[in-house]
Each structure stands twice: as structure tokens, then as C-alpha cells.
Design a protein around this ligand. Structure first.
Ligand code: CO8
Length: 260
């Protein structure tokens, strides 16, 4: 089924997903969230996709949040369901098994900041602004923002960002660890794609296990997470790519990973 509100493009092993509702600063309505879920399932299923770039259409906004037109008329049960649906889609993104680079090309507010936080690595344009302004609408974050933000920037900074609702500039977001790197706006997409292509050349199974070890391991007690890591290490030792990677090093050549 084609998408109305997003673009899905391919360049070799890299897929680029662009949230495409620029007239409303790429706000996430129910349809867009559902299209994103479908696009992510397509990308997850396709072994030839090894990395993903996620961005917003236009120069002004990555995603300016959940669509406030829908939030304004939600019911208590509908609101709960909406939040759970959004959390499910962001969970899918975080645990896609391939790295997702957020190219934050402008406003990443509310659900937009939550979307960026579910990505693996965040690059921001120097013009970007990030924040959780839900409090200004009499709301709270609902796509797991309270949880991912406090894990990324620490409890004190998360409290300040969510309680004040004030957005921060890209440079400050980098300083507190909310984004990995800030680049000039004109270079953002190229830099994100360059990083995605670089990660796409790595051994896919090792990449998937690193994502799992960090994502799942962080939610476990330390000792259990270490055992989990060791088990994944053992599994990766059974791959052809491990043999190829170590042989290539010893033979002083570049490895050619096959994902086996
Ligand atoms: N939803 C719907 N429409 C939006 C949104 C949005 N989040 N953001 C912007 N728009 C629309 C505007 O209404 C406007 O439409 P129109 O042209 O028809 O008037 C158009 O986009 C352009 O926006 P502005 O004219 O406001 O552009 P400015 O440059 O003046 O301002 C801002 C840009 C500062 C980004 C401003 O648009 C803004 O404050 N937007 C809202 C940001 C916000 O509060 N986001 C958080 C929303 S709440 C949320 O995300 C909760 C997520 C969890 C939900 C859990 C489920 C229950």
C-alpha cells in the first residue's frame, strides 16, 4: 500500500524515511503513525536494508509533535490507546535490528523529540530546536518521552525540560547528550546518509546484537546484562562474518560481510 504522509526511498543498503506533512510541520496524526509502523515493518523484513535515515520534509521541522487537532478531542480511553500505539511504533523503531539515524532538520517537539529519541543515533541541524512542550497544553509526554529522556540526559535535566516545556537549541541538546552531533543545516542529510552507509557496511548480525545488548541490557541488572552480552558474543562467534572479519584483519584486506 502506498503512503500518503511519508516517503520511503532506497539508496543501496540505506533506506530513508521522510515524514511528509510539511504544512503542519510534520505533526504525527494517527494515519502517519500507522504509515510509519508499516514502513518500519517493510524495512525490518528487507535484509538488503542495513541502515535507515529518518527525517522530516521541508526545512523547518523534523516533527512538531503529535497532531494537536487529534489530541484536542481525545477521550480518556482513546488517549490511553493512542499513547500505547505511539509507544509501540517507537519501540519498533528502537528495536528494528538495524541502526536508524535521526536527521533532525528543525523542530523536534513533543512526539517529535520522542521519535528522535527512539532512533539509534541523532544528528541535528544547527537550526534545530528540541523539547517536550506538552506541559504547555496541559498534557504530559505519552510516547515514552519521560523514560527515554531521563535515560539519555539524566533525571534532573529531564525534569527541567519536561516541567518547563521550554525547547533547547541544537548546541545545548548536544551538550546534554540529547543529540550526538550538530552539523550545518545544509550538510545534515548528506552527513546522516554518509554515517548510515558507513554503518551499513558493518557485519549485520554483530550490529543487531550490539543494538540488543545495549537496548535490552540497559533494562537489566548489570550482572544479568553482562551474561546476556556474553551469550550474544558466543552467538556472534558462530557467524561466517566473524571468520571473515578476523581473517581479513590477519590478511591485511578489507572484510566483505554477508550477514551470515
Ligand atoms: N499538531 C498539529 N498542527 C501543528 C502542530 C502540531 N503538533 N505543530 C504545528 N502545527 C501546524 C500549525 O497549527 C500551523 O497550521 P496552520 O498553518 O493551519 O495554522 C502550521 O503547523 C505551522 O505552524 P505555526 O504557524 O505555528 O509555525 P510557527 O513557526 O509560528 O511555530 C512551532 C512553530 C513553535 C513549532 C509551533 O507550531 C508549535 O508550537 N507547535 C506545537 C508544538 C507542540 O506543542 N508539540 C507537542 C504536541 S503534544 C505531543 O506531541 C504529545 C505526544 C504524545 C502523545 C501521546 C498520545 C496521547
Amino acid at each position: 500500500m502506498p503512503f500518503d504522509n511519508l516517503l520511503l526511498e532506497r539508496d543501496g543498503a540505506v533506506a530513508t524515511i521522510t515524514i511528509n506533512r510539511p504544512k503542519v510541520l510534520n505533526a504525527l496524526n494517527t494515519q502517519t503513525l500507522d504509515e510509519l509502523r508499516r514502513a518500519l515493518l517493510d524495512v525490518r523484513r528487507d535484509d538488503s536494508v542495513r541502515a535507515v535515515v529518518l527525517t522530516g520534509a521541508g526545512e523547518k521541522s523534523f516533527v512538531a509533535g503529535a497532531d494537536i487537532n487529534e489530541l484536542a478531542v481525545q477521550t480518556p480511553t482513546g488517549g490511553r490507546q493512542h499513547a500505547l500505539t505511539g509507544q509501540h511504533v517507537l519501540d519498533l523503531l528502537e528495536n528494528l535490528g538495524k541502526p536508524v539515524i535521526a536527521a533532525i532538520n528543525g523542530y523536534a517537539l513533543g512526539g517529535g523529540c520522542e521519535l528522535a529519541m527512539a532512533c539509534t543515533i541523532r544528528l541535528a541541524a544547527d537550526t534545530a530546536k528540541l523539547g517536550q512542550p506538552e506541559i504547555n497544553l496541559g498534557l504530559i509526554p505519552g510516547y515514552a518521552g519521560t523514560q527515554r529522556l531521563s535515560r539519555l540526559v539524566g533525571k534532573g535535566r529531564a525534569m527541567e525540560l519536561v516541567l518547563t516545556g521550554a525547547p533547547i537549541a541544537a548546541a545545548d541538546a548536544e551538550r546534554v547528550g540529547l543529540v550526538n552531533r550538530v552539523v550545518p543545516a545544509a550538510d545534515l542529510l548528506a552527513e546522516a546518509k554518509k554515517l548510515a552507509h558507513q554503518l551499513a557496511r558493518n557485519a549485520p548480525i554483530a550490529t543487531r546484537y550490539i543494538l540488543e545488548a545495549i537496548n535490552k541490557g540497559l533494562e537489566m541488572p548489570f550482572a544479568e546484562a553482562c551474561v546476556f552480552e556474553a551469550t550474544l558474543f558466543g552467538l556472534v562467534a558462530s557467524t561466517e562474518d566473524m571468520k571473515e572479519g578476523t581473517a581479513a584483519f590477519l590478511e591485511k584486506r578489507k572484510p566483505a560481510f554477508k550477514g551470515r
